[in-house]
Design a protein around this ligand. Sequence first.
Ligand SMILES: [Zn+2]
Length: 318
Amino acid sequence: MQSKLLTAVLLACLAVFGQSKSAWADIMNVNVDGVDPRYRSAFLQAEAFWESRVIAYNPILPASVRAQLTKLQITAVSTAIDGVGGILGSAGPTSVIQFGSTAPGFKQTRGTPIAIARTSQMNFDIADIEDLAANGSLLDVIKHEMAHAMGFGSLWQQNGLLSTINGQLQYTGVNALAKYRTESGNRAARWVPVEQAGGGGTAGSHWDDDDPFFNRRTRSGSSELMIGSIDPGNETKFTSETTWAAMADLWYVVRGINDVGYREPRVSPGGRRKWTGGPPQFLTSTGGGPAGVPEPGSIGLLLALGACGTLVRSRRKS
Ligand SMILES: [Zn+2]
């Protein structure tokens, strides 16, 4: 009797877990109507990539705030940007839910304001997308831009994750810094190195491509997904735990980073999260906000080979 009950409970848990795993880990919708049908599947793959570990908003946010959160709505379009090469894409939030540490019921440790992307747009240069698909780099580029759409780099400032000390940008988010210390072997690191070069759109919204942990091009022909450049078709991209942890710094729950003790809320048969819906009362910025499109925090994010080479060479002189 008892073992039968246990089996039943286990099966029920599996059923619930199975359902919640697919239904719950669905923090965003990506609208690909503006993308050539040939490339749409890559966008859905990129979405599945991020949702494999980014599963929810952090329950540390008070209920009154969580009630305003909906799925992140991302619109992807292919459009003319700057011809072949150069900028391959750009992305960032078009509206942001913002609130401060004074929100009722909110207890946080950082004492900083909060900004969560509500809607975002990703632009891909129509002159480059076919080449990227042909040389196998398209998925990496989409993953990269989608991270900006989720707030990576584009909402760092607004979440108090960046400091400027002696003119140098430093990323100090606790989750990413902890992972960087472990992964890079630099256990004494007090910040994660942030790109300083490349101007608005690249500087301040990527990991530093001069950092040997993030840039392994000369050693293994690979580089981290969230540095500001790519050598399309000629390198492999890897995603560091530091990048996943940076998503945790942006108020997401990330599997393997900050999900210890996290219980996925029940999902209704329709698969909707408990706190989905409701008018966005905390919406303070719609379009033209801290990260409009194309937003200065992440335009020009991915430089093609020529520009990338120039960047690396010119920086090595100094
Ligand atoms: Zn970028």
